[in-house]
Write a protein that binds this ligand. Structure first.
Ligand SMILES: *Cc1c(COP(=O)(O)O)cnc(C)c1O
Ligand SMILES: [Zn+2]
Length: 420
């Protein structure tokens, strides 16, 4: 099964464990899934993907949340809080304003620790337990550390998180702290943190739970399954397009994998697959640059800056999986400035949907692509909002209105609000 949308299913190789194995997307090398700890290919250092001899159809799914999709995962159950089953909000005013046929917002901020990272961790920490490792670690712009801390705590494992000093939103550090992760504030950006934690993992000192870990993407695949099922239940068809923020491009890769597996199982036609549309902040847009240049690889940006700290990433490690996903599904990528992100955060808030800045990038990107005529007025679109408003209270205060001081009496309040 290559990274093309209509790749057929494969027979299980001899290294497979119950029809599950790891395969290098660069050289095709195949490895047993749970015998040793490995994050990339032994032979060429390429990215690994979890492969199944028997990809599922919609009929194989039962229950609720991430583990509804156990037929598409390497285990029957995981370390669960539980996660998934997030709302697919209607946003009628925003839909009219942006000008598309249908618009729904998949709010991943409604997961247990407030971001989609929980979907990856419920699977990733389960695999860590299978492998028998004892110290879990990640580099993080914030949400991965919050999720790892909570799921590690749940599993009774030690957790270590590396954060770029001064660049992580308050709510996320608070979560990692209370769930008792060891927090290392690194003098460097996220990409530096990831370089270090990868070194530690390669030396066997920690088990890495960034989205470089192929098992995390298995959990995140379930966002795609949920969107497809919910949309089909409501409208009898799948959405034309899914718009999502891009940091390390894990979600973009994971959604593409969900679609490939459904196509391989005959549960979906290639032409029914939604166009994957990635959005980055203008100050951290290496994927957009690669898509615009038709490149197969991204150029690492050394300097990155944006208010959307969750996607302040200059070296998206999953680009070799995500770029084919964007291309094969007929999608695209677009950059938006911080002003547009804040405006989109307000747009969503006016519909009652509270998200952090990175999440609002999806809506800002859709608006821009619609204005440019890249997205048509007759499209059915789902925007993915990745994290909850409370993750970044400072950004919310800045985007919202100011409190008004008033005297401590009914008269003073009546006067202040201009009561008759
Ligand atoms: C992690 C994160 C992202 C980036 O997701 P990728 O899968 O790395 O592209 C976007 N938004 C939020 C809120 C996140 O926490
Ligand atoms: Zn390889």
């Amino acid at each position: 099964m290559s990274l093309s949308l209509d790749a057929p299913t494969q027979d299980a190789p001899s290294v497979a464990d119950d029809g599950v194995w790891l395969e290098c997307i660069a050289c095709g090398g195949q490895f047993a899934p749970f015998d040793d700890v490995r994050f990339t290919c032994d032979d060429c250092d390429g990215l690994l993907e979890v492969r199944y001899a028997d990809p599922p159809t919609f009929d194989d799914f039962a229950g609720e949340g991430v583990w509804r999709y156990a037929a598409a995962l390497p285990f029957e159950e995981g370390v669960s809080l539980p996660e998934g089953h997030t709302p697919l909000h209607e946003v009628p005013r925003l839909k009219e304003d942006v000008g598309v046929n249908r618009l729904r917002v998949k709010h991943e901020g409604m997961n247990p620790t407030g971001s989609f990272k929980d979907r990856g961790m419920t699977v990733g920490v389960r695999v860590a337990a299978e492998l028998g490792v004892d110290r879990l670690a990640c580099a993080s712009t914030g949400n991965t550390s919050a999720a790892l801390a909570a799921y590690g705590a749940r599993a009774g494992m030690e957790t270590l998180v590396l954060l770029p000093a001064g660049k992580v939103a308050a709510g996320k550090v608070a979560q990692a702290s209370l769930h008792d992760a060891r927090i290392l504030e690194v003098d460097g950006n996220f990409d530096t943190c990831l370089d270090i934690v990868q070194d530690l993992a390669n030396r066997g000192e920690v088990y890495l739970l960034n989205s470089l870990n192929p098992f995390r993407l298995e959990g995140q695949k379930t966002i795609g399954f949920e969107i497809l099922e919910e949309f089909r239940d409501d409208y009898g068809r799948f959405p034309d397009r899914i718009v999502l923020p891009v940091g390390n491009a894990g979600n973009t890769s994971a959604l593409f994998k969900a679609f490939r597996e459904l196509v391989a199982a005959g549960a979906m036609q290639p032409e029914e697959v939604p166009a994957l549309t990635g959005v980055q902040a203008a100050g951290a847009a290496p994927m957009v640059e690669a898509v615009e240049n038709g490149a197969d690889e991204v150029r690492r940006w050394e300097e990155v800056e944006t208010r959307a700290t969750a996607i302040r990433i200059g070296n998206p490690v999953n680009a070799p999986k995500a770029l084919p996903g964007i291309r094969e599904t007929g999608g695209t990528a677009v950059a938006v400035d911080d002003e547009a992100i804040t405006e989109a955060q307000r747009d969503l808030a006016r519909e009652g949907v509270g998200v952090e800045p990175a999440s609002a990038a999806s809506v800002a990107g859709l608006r821009k692509l619609r204005e440019q005529g890249v997205v048509d007025a007759d499209e059915d679109v789902v925007c993915l909002t990745t994290g909850h408003l409370l993750k970044d209270p400072d950004a919310a205060y800045e985007a919202g209105g100011d409190p008004e001081p008033v005297g401590g009496s009914t008269e003073a309040v009546r006067e202040h609000i201009g009561a008759e």
